[in-house]
Ligand binder design. Structure first.
Ligand code: UDP
Length: 339
């Protein structure tokens, strides 16, 4: 298929582009490079032996998006582009609502106008809200605890409404649990700007000497070791879920499919620290500090629908995730080389 990937230079996008090319699809990327580095592009090309066409603009730009869809002869779009930092969304809600809703509206409008009505969308387990039933199943009601999460709930709603108005749409809503890890080559991985918000990039920066100690947010949760449980999923498994969803859209009877992408296993913060320490070969320093506002104690998926309907399941272990994240971080201590 000819596939347009928005945000295709970002962390999850770049890993998915590599797998799409490996599966024989023709891929073009559009990325604003607001949260991605240009040097990922030659690395994708080196891994796949393909030249990649990259459009460097923000899909919020309606005229440019319109022109790209008019001329691209795309059969499907995978839409990753968006802001994703929870804390920043609390501090700057308007920029999150503006950017995440605008980009989706601009893209879907242009797709509709040019008859490209197959879309795979990056959603998040955050749409299960503050106090979900466990394991989290796709049927649960959606809600959110911060503006970032609300933008995901709202984008899902916009896409359902678009598909309800025109049944020729085929839309896959992928609810990611906690993506971590890196390409096994060590040439592509997560490269957060500034202070990492997420656990594994923070641990990786402690391991490589960029940060002194990890702060573990809360040791008094009602969990076996007192720290929060999350469903960590290897970014390679997550990327494979996108390829499976794209293939599924072709055969889908209903306009919208919703799939959790997780392993179904909860891992605690301290278990993750121990796994990363095994990958590095030494104990990593941490302190247990106050809880972080807005964290839920436990989050893990029921991934059975994705297995039944997409023929997909996560296969990589927490040790694989840490070994690959460490290979990437130790080979690229400062992330991608771009200034
Ligand atoms: N966490 C932590 N220290 C950090 C970053 C995260 O203890 O520096 C914890 C956080 O409280 C949560 C887990 O690690 O329990 C996963 O957090 P992350 O931000 O990676 O993902 P999310 O909160 O979105 O599940």
């Amino acid at each position: 298929m000819r596939v347009l990937v928005t945000g295709g230079a970002g962390y999850i996008g770049s890993h998915t582009v590599v797998q799409l090319l490996a599966a024989g699809h023709q891929v073009e990327v559009v990325d604003s490079f607001a949260n991605a580095k240009a040097s990922v592009v030659p690395r994708i090309e080196a891994l796949t032996g393909s030249l990649l066409t990259v459009h460097a603009f923000d899909v919020c730009d309606r005229d440019k998006t319109e022109a790209l869809l008019a001329g691209g002869a795309f059969e499907a779009v995978i839409h990753f582009a968006g802001f994703k930092a929870v804390g920043e969304s609390v501090a700057e809600p308007l920029s999150y609502y503006d950017n995440n809703l605008d980009s989706t509206l601009s893209l879907v409008r242009a797709m509709n106008r040019h008859g490209v009505r197959r879309l795979v969308f990056s959603s998040s387990a955050t749409v299960y809200g503050a106090d979900p039933e466990l394991p989290m199943r796709e049927e649960l009601p959606t809600s959110a605890t911060n503006p970032y999460g609300w933008t995901k709930v709202m984008q899902e709603q916009i896409l359902r409404d678009v598909a309800a108005a025109d049944h020729s749409w085929r839309i896959g809503l992928l609810r990611y649990f906690n993506p971590v890890g890196a390409h096994p080559s060590g040439t592509m991985g997560e490269d957060p700007q500034g202070n990492p918000n997420n656990l594994v990039p923070f641990i990786a920066q402690v391991a490589v000497g960029r940060r002194e100690r990890l702060a573990v947010f809360g040791g008094d949760y009602d969990t076996p070791d007192g720290t929060c449980l999350r469903d960590y999923i290897h970014v390679e498994d997550l990327a494979a879920g996108h390829v499976a969803a794209l293939h599924r859209l072709q055969a889908m009877a209903e306009p919208v499919g919703v799939w959790n992408l997780g392993t179904g296993q909860g891992t605690s913060v301290l278990e993750m620290v121990a796994a990363f320490s095994r990958a590095v070969g030494r104990d990593l320093p941490y302190d247990i500090v106050e809880r972080r506002a807005g964290d839920i104690a436990v989050s893990y998926a029921d991934p059975s629908r994705a297995h039944a309907e997409l023929g997909w399941r996560a296969v990589k272990s927490v040790d694989d995730m840490c070994a690959d994240a460490w290979r990437w971080q130790s080979a690229n201590p400062q992330g991608y080389p771009d200034a």
